[in-house]
Every structure is written in C-alpha cells, then in structure tokens.
Design a protein around this ligand. Structure first.
Ligand code: EPS
Length: 406
C-alpha cells in the first residue's frame, strides 16, 4: 500500500492518493465525510474550523460503494477557496487583481497577499525559507499547515475500512493529556465500542473528571493568550499476530508506527506501550509474562498477564492490543506573539499572528488513528496480501493469524 497527499492549506483542494488498495472494500463518500467530521472535533480549536467546510469527492477507485482494486483518489475541496482564488492562483495574476480595490484606485495590496516576512518560531517558516530560497513564508506554511492532515485522515479512513473488513482489526483513539492535566495511570482504556462516546467528549478524553479539568485548562490558557499541547493514544484491537518483522530495521512495525505518528505536524515524541515509563522500571516489572491458556501445547496456546509492550515485541505484533502514543507540542502560532526577526529589514519583530487554535490535541488523536491505520493496513497486506478482501481473508485464515475478534 502506498499513499501520498497533495494540496495547500488555502488551495482549491487537498488530494489523497492510495495505490494498492484491494478490491471489495465497502466504502462510500458518506463514510469519508464521517471520518473528516471527527477531525474537526475538539474544544479549543480556532475560528477557521467553524466556517471552513471539507467538500469530499471520490475521484477514482470506487464503484457503487465498493473498491475496484484501482488507485483511489479523493479530493477534499475547501469551501473558502473563492477568497483565495487570486492569492493562491496557480497561474500568474495581474498586479491589479491583488490590490484592495482596483476600481476605487486603492493601491494597497490585499492583506492576504502581503509577504509574510516575520517567521513564526516553532513553525516550518524560517527553515523552509532558508531551504527553498524564499523571501517570505507563504509558500512554506501553505504546505506545512496541519490542514494537510485532512487528506491523511481520509486515507486512514480507507485503511481502517480495509483493516476491519479483511481482518476484524478495529481502532480507537483518545486524549491522555492536555498540557499538565493527565488521565490517571490506572484509568480504564477505551475499546472501539466507546468511539462514539469519545467523539462526544469535548477533548475526546475517556475519563470524565479529567476531561472537565482539561476544559478548564484550555479556558485558562486562552485567557492568557497562550496555546497547549498534550498526549494522544491510539489502540488497535484484534491485530493479527506477526505484522512487521524482526529481521530488518525497516520492517520493524514499531519503527514504522513511530515514523507515521512522528510525521504528524507538531508531534515531538512517540511511545509504544508504556514507552518512557518502562525506562524507569526494573526488568522484572517491565515485560509481559507469558502463561499457558487452556489446552495449550504450542506457541498459540499462550496469553499474557499484562501489556506493557503495547502489542509489539521484536518489531512484530504479538496479538495484544497495539498501543501507540504521540506527544504534541503546543500550537506554534502563539497569540502572545513570540520574538522573531523581520527578514525584510533584519530588525527584531514579533511573529506574524492572525488567529490560532488554543489546543489541537483532540483532532491529533483522530489523525494519529488515521496514520496508524495506514501503517497497519500496509503491514497486513505484506503478511496476507491479496487483490481482494476475500483473498486476504483466505490468507489470514490459512496462517492462523486471525484473532477471535475477527
Ligand atoms: C494551522 C493553522 C490554522 C488551522 C489549520 C492548521 O489555520 P489558520 O492559520 O489559517 O487559521 O485552522 O488547520 C486547518 C485549517 C484544518 O483543517 O485542520 C497550522 O498552522 O497548521
């Protein structure tokens, strides 16, 4: 399975392109609308989420609600495009079209097109300007923007449909921390049955008391003109044993999941299972002891007394619930503007700022779920690949890797 995205934040649309999707997955435009709507959830998001609409169109790969095995292209149109048509036009634009009002003779450039010469710390702005030899940040931030994750969420929705329909794998994601407010260590983990309830929570947090404290933290932060990060977790239930491999570095599934999650905008840390907490434990309390199940007598007749490893040992899925966490830095566009340099004049300045989310942790969980789904779907096809859902199921049944949940 291969996937790519294209599109700018204020361009006409984003594109998700998937190649290698098997035939026979049931999938509709409404399914993709539903996954995209989940990405817009979350307390503490900015004004843009309220007015901007995602307009989904499946361009290829699906016929009458079923994938055909051909490349899947999905376009996510941006309802705000008419406001940006000139500023982000692909073709050259007459200077007069970029002035406030050519008719009244107002010669000032429209605000949207003014050069962004005060790079924002934490964003791709400055490194991108230096790398691509640009005098302003617009061409960098348009692609670096987390708006791009809409395309990855669509791609992940397709991957999740494949995982569920071919192998019975189901995913769920939730928020573990917002700033310093964290779910207690011993809190219960959500299951896929809890997904709807999580989507109703303002921060997609499974612990009601903690969620209230998170809302208060977002409010306090907004009042201070500041932004917040946090920690999200993705859980994959029913993953077949043996996805990924210990035999080569780039086949290890934990490494592949880490890359997928780390590549989400604003991610600064990834953990598998208990991750960093494990580093502080002694070995006798760090692993998952193996005990026999009834009628044992082979490697298959075993179970575990814990899941500290997060379902991955030796870079392979071991049949336990896969647990991947991502740590998100606070949004880089800080209302209480940070110091920078105006590169047009070389003078000290404050960073460009118009509007900002206070906290994007809740959508980050949905995005992390999408990239985990893509990575697991890719690994599933390597293990039990086939050209159709039926063929993959036959392969899985033959290997005995399917879990009961399937
Ligand atoms: C983003 C900044 C904000 C977000 C945007 C991602 O946009 P703006 O700076 O134009 O207000 O709203 O996210 C989305 C539009 C989206 O759909 O997720 C950023 O800097 O990454």
């Amino acid at each position: 399975l291969r996937w790519l995205t294209a599109g700018e934040s204020h361009g006409p649309s984003l594109i998700a392109l998937l190649d290698g999707v098997p035939a026979g997955i049931e999938l509709t435009t409404d399914d993709l609308r539903a996954v995209l709507a989940r990405r817009r959830l979350g307390y503490g998001r900015g004004a843009r989420q309220k007015f901007e609409q995602d307009v989904v169109r499946i361009v290829s790969g699906v016929r009458h609600g079923v994938t055909m095995g051909s490349p899947l292209a999905v376009e996510i149109g941006n309802s705000e495009w008419p406001k940006w048509e000139k500023v982000m036009a692909a073709d050259p634009v007459a200077r007069g079209d970029l002035l406030v009002d050519a008719g009244t003779g107002d010669e000032r450039e429209i605000a949207r097109n003014r050069p962004l010469t005060r790079p924002r710390p934490g964003h791709a702005d400055l490194a991108g300007m230096l790398k691509y030899g640009l005098a302003e940040a617009r061409p960098v931030l348009e692609r670096a923007s987390a708006r791009e994750t809409a395309a990855r969420v669509v791609a992940g929705g397709i991957a999740a449909a494949l995982l569920e329909q071919a192998a019975g794998v189901r995913l769920v994601s939730h928020t573990l921390a917002v700033g310093p407010v964290r779910v207690p260590e011993d809190a219960a983990l959500p299951t896929p049955e809890d997904a709807a309830r999580l989507d109703e929570d303002p921060l997609r947090c499974f612990d009601a008391g903690t969620s209230q404290a998170m809302v208060a933290e977002v409010d306090a932060c907004q009042k201070d003109g500041d932004t917040l990060g946090g920690v999200v977790e993705v859980l994959a239930y029913g993953t077949p044993v043996g996805l990924g491999s210990h035999t080569q570095w780039d086949r290890r599934l934990d490494g592949r999941l880490a890359q997928a999650v780390m590549s989400i905008q604003a991610m600064k840390g990834v953990e598998i299972g208990d991750g960093f907490a494990t580093a502080a434990r002694r070995g006798s309390h760090a692993h998952d002891e193996i005990v026999p199940t009834a009628g044992a007598g082979s490697a298959a007749g075993t179970t575990r007394v814990s899941n500290r490893a997060g379902g991955l040992e030796g870079g392979m899925s071991n049949g336990q619930v896969i647990r991947v966490r991502g740590a998100l830095k606070p949004i880089s566009t800080v209302p209480r503007a940070l110091r920078t340099v105006d590169v047009a004049t070389g003078e000290a300045a404050t960073a460009n700022h118009q509007r900002s989310d206070v906290c994007a942790v809740a959508p980050a969980a949905v995005i992390a779920e999408a990239v985990v789904a893509l990575t697991l779907a890719d690994a599933l096809l390597e293990k039990a690949g086939g050209d159709s859902v039926a063929e993959i199921r036959r392969h899985l049944e033959a290997t005995g890797a399917l879990q009961d949940a399937a």
